[in-house]
Design a protein around this ligand. Structure first.
Ligand SMILES: NC(=O)c1ccc[n+]([C@@H]2O[C@H](COP(=O)([O-])OP(=O)(O)OC[C@H]3O[C@@H](n4cnc5c(N)ncnc54)[C@H](O)[C@@H]3O)[C@@H](O)[C@H]2O)c1
Length: 372
């Protein structure tokens, strides 16, 4: 007996991140990718052949395909907003890679289009839906570190110039460490600690021209148009104060990805770009760090090669079926709103109030509580 799909997926953008979606969605029940599209038709054709997708072509064909229920927009950030609007107008639900759009102005337009068309909009990252982030969340909720009062959040270079065939977009508006990596960190922090109400920061650049050394590169050099080093203080509505450094200029560091400090101990949260690494805890009274038992099974197979994406698409489809919407457009908008302030922050500007807010997303269904 074949079961009917929960939703049929069309993916626009068959670049570097596409295999993560093809792999990730194939591992989730009832979310078949039935069509792919790209500006570069040859890239779409090759991706369809490699990942057994039955149809491929241009974006207009994909949006006109009545069999596509959900459009997954994994184009480059500067293209997100127009494509999201067009897909919503075509009657599709849309899940978009991070950032939700290159600017809050564009994202606000997308939110209005979703509202008007009655279609659902969700956005990356979805890593906070994975086992590690949900375990950290359960640990905080169980009071294992007492009352959280501070956090740190550090991003070093993803070294995209050494592996991405065309990392130009990472150094233009909509990219930079703040909008490229910041979404993983801010989403993880807001999931743990709630919304952010004020930020202050400063930004700079160590280099203004980036040589590309990736073996399959399509460009040789990139002129940098965004800050590649940002340092900031975030004040959460709860009063928690976080220190953040988001940098493409720092090549190496031993600083932790995320730590949360509470009155009773410290929680170390693994790389928020990954789903499944251990969450470590050191309580005030303890001699050693311990691992918090995972509250969910691993989100990627133990023998996984390459990384996986798709939980956010599953979350959007789950909401259509009545579950909570966690990787929602409202959540992604708040994350973008915070990051936009950090992107161009300067000490001379002083403190920026964050106009938007969001609820902490509901814990993922099936996540077990951690016993304190
Ligand atoms: N590369 C990664 O490791 C990675 C990881 C996580 C998230 N992301 C996010 O995924 C998105 C895509 O990143 P990428 O690295 O795959 O970029 P990429 O440049 O490798 O691929 C983007 C693809 O989108 C196509 N495209 C661009 N504009 C288009 C349009 N208007 N219509 C149709 N197709 C269009 C391009 O031709 C290209 O094939 C970005 O938002 C990025 O932040 C990337």
């Amino acid at each position: 007996m074949t079961t009917s799909p929960r939703a049929r997926i069309g993916i626009v953008g068959t670049g570097a991140v596409f295999p993560a979606y093809a792999r990730g969605l194939a591992a989730l029940p009832g979310l078949p990718v039935i069509r792919v599209a790209d500006l570069d038709l040859e890239r779409a054709r090759t991706a369809a052949a490699e990942w057994n997708v039955p149809a491929w072509g241009g974006t207009e064909e994909l949006l006109a395909d009545p069999d596509v229920d959900v459009v997954v927009n994994i184009t480059t950030p500067g293209a997100h907003a127009d494509l999201t609007d067009a897909a919503l107008e075509a009657g599709k639900h849309v899940y978009v890679e991070k950032p939700l759009a290159a600017t809050t102005e564009e994202a606000r337009r997308n939110l209005a289009t979703a509202e008007r068309t009655g279609r659902l909009l969700g956005g990356a990252p979805d890593t906070f839906l994975g086992s590690a982030a949900q375990t950290a969340r359960a640990a905080v909720d169980a009071g294992l570190i007492g009352r959280p009062f501070a956090a740190t959040s550090f991003v070093r270079s993803s070294r995209a110039q050494t592996w991405h065939p065309d990392p130009t977009f990472l150094f233009k508006r909509g990219g930079g460490p703040v909008l490229d990596w910041g979404p993983y960190h801010i989403a993880a922090l807001v999931n743990l600690l709630g919304p952010i109400r004020r930020v202050v920061g400063a930004t700079g650049n160590a280099e203004l021209e980036i040589p590309v050394t990736a073996p399959e590169r399509r460009v040789e050099r990139i002129d940098v148009e965004v800050a590649t080093h940002a340092t900031s203080i975030l004040e959460f509505t709860s009063g928690v104060l976080a220190t953040a450094v988001y940098s493409f200029d720092i090549w190496d560091t031993d600083l932790p990805h995320i730590e949360v400090y509470g009155t009773e101990g410290t929680l170390q949260v693994p790389n928020p770009n990954h789903f499944d690494s251990p969450v470590r805890l050191k309580r005030r009274t303890a001699e050693e760090w311990t691992e918090v038992p995972p509250v969910l099974p691993p989100s990627t197979p133990a023998d996984a090669t390459g990384f996986y994406r798709g939980l956010g698409v599953q979350d959007l489809v789950g909401h259509l079926d009545g579950d909570a919407h966690r990787a929602s457009a409202g959540f992604a908008f708040h994350v973008l709103d915070v990051l936009e302030r950090l992107q161009d922050a300067s000490l001379a500007d002083g403190v920026a109030e964050i106009a938007s807010s969001t609820e902490r997303p509901a814990p993922v269904r099936g996540a077990r509580p951690v016993v304190g």
